[in-house]
Structure formats: C-alpha cells, structure tokens
Ligand binder design. Structure first.
Ligand code: GLV
Length: 304
C-alpha cells in the first residue's frame, strides 16, 4: 500500500467514488485533519511523520524546505492549475514528480469572472446588502455592452473570459507574454491595456504586483478591476486606496495576498469578495479531482 495525503479540504465531496479509486489502486488516503489550508510547518510535519509517498495538493506552501524534509514524497498532484505554491526547481532536484489539472477548471473560473464583472457593473452585492438592511435604494449601474475589457494573460481562462464578454457586446484587448494573433481581440502592451480598459481582468500567474501605483494612476477613472488569478498580482493596499478615493469604481476579488483574507477590504463597500472559489463549480471540481487522482496513480506507477 502506498500512502497519500490529501491536503485539499473539499476532496471527494461531490464524487465519493474517488476515494474508492485510490484504494483500488492500492493507495491508502489520509484527509487533511485541519479542514483548512495548511501552513509550511503543518504540511512539513504531516509529510515527515506520515511518510507519505504522494500528495494531492491544494495551495499550501510546498517550498524547498518542505520538500527537502519530506524524504518519502515521490509525487505531488495538484488539484488545480496554478503551481506557484510549489518550488518546482527543488522538486525536480529531489526527484519529486509534479502534476496539475489544466483545462478542466477553465469554464468555472471564467464564469465566476463574468459573475464578478456583472455584479460590479450593476452593484448586485451592494444593493443586496442595502435591501437586507431595509434600504430600498435604486442605484444606477452600467452595461457590459460597449465596454472595453482588458484581459491580462490570454491563456485558456483569459480566452474563455474574452468569448463570454464578447457575447455581451464588449470589446476585448489583451496582453500576454507570448505574441498571439487573435481575430476578435487586439494584443496590446500592459501599459496600453491599463490606459484603455474600462474593466481590467487578471488571468496570469506570477508573484509580483502587476497592478501597482503606476498602473492605478494610469488607469481610467471609474475602472473596474477583477482578480480571479492570484492575490499577489495586485498591490492590495493601493487597491484599497483607489477604491476609497473613487478612482477605482469597483473591484471583484476571489484571491488575496493572504488567505483566508481578513483585511481592510472587508470594510469597503465597492468591492465584491469571494473566498478563492474560482474552480468551485461542481462539474469542474469533479473533473479536476478525477484528473488529479489519475495523475497521482500514474505518477506513483512511474509516469513522468
Ligand atoms: C486555483 O487557484 C488553482 O490554481 O487551481
């Protein structure tokens, strides 16, 4: 029997047969006992004490320190697409195989993004809060039709968001590290995108703040900023300043520099906050978990 630790907290909730699949493949699974994202110390402790061969990974920090100490670990299978929590150089050096689940969460993240865009334009969550507080306040919103949506990172998710907003009659510009030719959207530099977009939506990876002081200053007054990628891509303090000054009309955020997020943005009215649930559509989660389980089984069997 191989031993596998499952770090994601909602694993097999919608498809309990995945646990049977693991057992059939002679894998003994252990669930995350904390029910939340693990810290560097916690995951190290678990991997060292439990002598696990495999890890079904969420977004816990899998740094060089963790991986070096987890001597029995052979496979990390991410239930998700982003790999920024894994030191891939260290994993390679230590002979630990790393897999992820690209493609299967594209629709889920893109549809949440669209939801945040529409909620921002029509102030849906603000008006909902007001009504619950007994205030019948007909605030004016705006259309998505005719707006310029600037997509930062034109991979699977960025492209799908473009398709969705194009269907609403928006115009799409995008920026990407690769040179791409697209019929329905124009590639521009990040600086041009910031200047031209009514709505900026982030769909890239990376740990550095792409949206900082210069970008917020250069952006259109009343810009809407959506982030369903990674919290580190926006300087949160400057975002808060922009939201309270009114330079930024609204932000829709699913990701934060620190998660769970407990910061000052919670007090701000013109921001819509969700707890990193981009991939949390049942259909997508089932596909992601099944793919991650298959990657894990194959990886433990020796597949690269
Ligand atoms: C979620 O954020 C993922 O990277 O899968």
């Amino acid at each position: 029997m191989k031993k596998v630790f499952i770090a994601t907290t909602t694993f097999a909730e919608d498809d309990p047969s995945l646990l049977k699949t693991l057992v059939k493949a002679k894998i003994s699974p252990t669930m995350n006992p904390y029910g939340r994202r693990l810290s560097e110390i916690e995951i190290t402790d678990i991997l060292v004490k439990g002598q696990y061969d495999g890890l079904l990974a969420g977004l816990e920090p899998l740094t060089e320190v963790v991986l070096t100490q987890a001597k029995s670990l052979k496979v990390i299978s991410r239930v998700g697409v982003g790999m920024d929590n894994i030191d891939q150089v260290a994993a390679k050096k230590l002979g630990i195989k790393v897999f992820n689940t690209p493609g299967v969460l594209t629709d889920a993240v893109a549809e949440l993004t669209l939801g945040l865009i529409l909620a921002a334009l029509r102030k849906i969550s603000l008006l909902d809060r007001k009504m619950r507080a007994g205030v019948w306040d007909k605030q004016m919103g705006a259309l998505l039709k005719g707006k310029t949506v600037g997509i930062v990172g034109f991979g699977h998710i960025g492209t799908r968001v473009a398709d969705l907003v194009l269907a609403f009659g928006a115009k799409v510009i995008f920026t990407d590290v690769r040179k791409l030719k697209k019929a329905k959207a124009k590639q521009v530099s990040l600086a041009q995108l910031i200047k031209l977009a009514d709505i900026i939506s982030l769909h890239c990876s990376g740990k550095e703040a792409l949206i900082g002081e210069k970008e917020i200053q250069a952006a259109r007054t009343n810009v809407i900023i959506i982030n369903t990628a990674r919290g580190s891509l926006i300087d949160e303090k400057l975002l808060l300043e922009g939201l309270s000054s009114g330079k930024i009309a609204c932000a829709g955020l699913d990701v934060f520099s620190e998660e769970p997020y407990k910061g000052e943005l919670l007090k701000q009215d013109n921001v819509i906050l969700t707890p990193h649930v981009g991939s949390y559509a049942k259909e997508a989660r089932i596909l992601m978990e099944a793919m991650a389980v298959e990657n894990l089984i194959q990886g433990l069997k020796g597949r690269e």
